[in-house]
Design a binder for this molecule. Structure first.
Ligand SMILES: NC(=O)c1ccc[n+]([C@@H]2O[C@H](COP(=O)([O-])OP(=O)(O)OC[C@H]3O[C@@H](n4cnc5c(N)ncnc54)[C@H](OP(=O)(O)O)[C@@H]3O)[C@@H](O)[C@H]2O)c1
Length: 279
């Protein structure tokens, strides 16, 4: 069996590569800039850009299974390339947004992912759509102000989330790529606990043994601050989600534990694993 991993330089993809190598599965990785990345010994490396489906053909020769990042403009053309190459099973890194109510109107997030899921589901290829909720890794965005001043500016610090560790998503992906247990399934994946943004800041503080301060912002202040790094339509979606989740009780999915046999990793564990980002 040969498994092709796209997004192998990414947080999730890198952990999928590590998990497959641990199991002795032959792995071929792709990157838009393979020369600029460092990969573990023993993996084949091929250039590919998912926005140019033809560029994936060479990487797919002899491949049985593919881990696919959702970074494409023409899903139909990409699915055609996967089918023609004789790939049997595609595991897509999708999002819980694809499973949300009203997804057809959510042009930024869910609808985009559904536009990728639909042709894959109709292609006759075996598929698995991994639908993770908020990544714990989104807290990486706080590293600059934490390093500079021990502060985290936030408009809705009491927003409740169920953030998932990228290693748990990767562990599920490895099961999907190496067994038939998740054939034609679309599990929604969350972390194991509800935790507010304020509590996430405290967990990072505990991991680096530094007292951190949340600086509460008005929406206008947040727009001005985050507008420096993010397009307004993306920030509007994030702001809306934070506002709506204050005092909420989002569902905790049992899927990570059911599929991998181990409990999902907590946010505190994520903070310890990534403490160096904040020092
Ligand atoms: N953040 C969240 O809360 C959240 C929630 C649910 C789902 N997601 C999904 O998770 C994904 C992010 O995962 P991550 O954190 O692992 O990503 P990441 O660490 O930001 O890495 C992005 C990866 O995508 C690859 N990539 C980007 N553009 C590409 C292209 N045109 N062709 C081929 N590869 C391309 C990059 O590879 P090279 O640069 O090496 O080519 C890189 O390996 C997002 O796409 C999002 O849809 C995120």
């Amino acid at each position: 069996m040969t498994v092709v991993i796209t997004g192998a330089t990414g947080n999730v993809g890198g952990n999928v590569v590590a998990g497959l190598l641990e199991r002795g599965v032959p792995v071929r990785v792709t990157s838009r800039d393979p020369g600029g990345a460092v990969f573990p010994a023993g993996v084949e490396v091929a250039p590919a850009d998912l926005t140019e489906p033809e560029s994936l053909r060479a990487a797919l020769v002899g491949a049985d299974r593919v881990f696919l990042y959702p970074r494409m403009q023409d899903p139909d053309a990409l699915v055609a390339v996967l089918s023609e190459a004789g790939v049997e099973h595609v595991v897509l890194l999708s999002s819980s947004a694809a499973a949300a109510e009203g997804v057809e109107d959510d042009f930024n997030g869910g609808n985009l992912l559904r536009r990728i899921e639909r042709p894959l589901a109709a292609s006759g290829l075996t598929y698995t759509f991994l639908r993770p909720d908020t990544f714990a890794g989104n807290a990486s965005a706080w590293r600059h102000t934490i390093r500079a001043s021990g502060t985290v500016p936030l408009p809705y610090p009491d927003s409740v989330q169920v953030p998932i560790h990228e290693k748990d998503i990767a562990d599920v992906a490895v099961v999907a790529l190496t067994t038939d247990r998740l054939n034609n399934a679309a599990p929604v994946l969350t972390g194991p606990e509800r935790i507010t943004l304020r509590e996430q800041v405290a967990a990072i503080g505990a991991a680096i043994e530094r007292e951190l301060t949340v600086v509460e912002q008005t929406e206008a202040e947040a727009r001005e601050f985050f507008g420096r790094f993010m397009a307004p339509r993306f920030f509007d979606a994030i702001l809306g989600a934070w506002r709506a989740s204050v005092g909420a009780t989002p569902e905790i999915s049992p899927e990570v534990e059911k599929i991998t046999g181990h409990p999902g990793r907590t946010f505190a564990r994520w903070a310890v694993d990534h403490a160096d980002r904040y020092r």
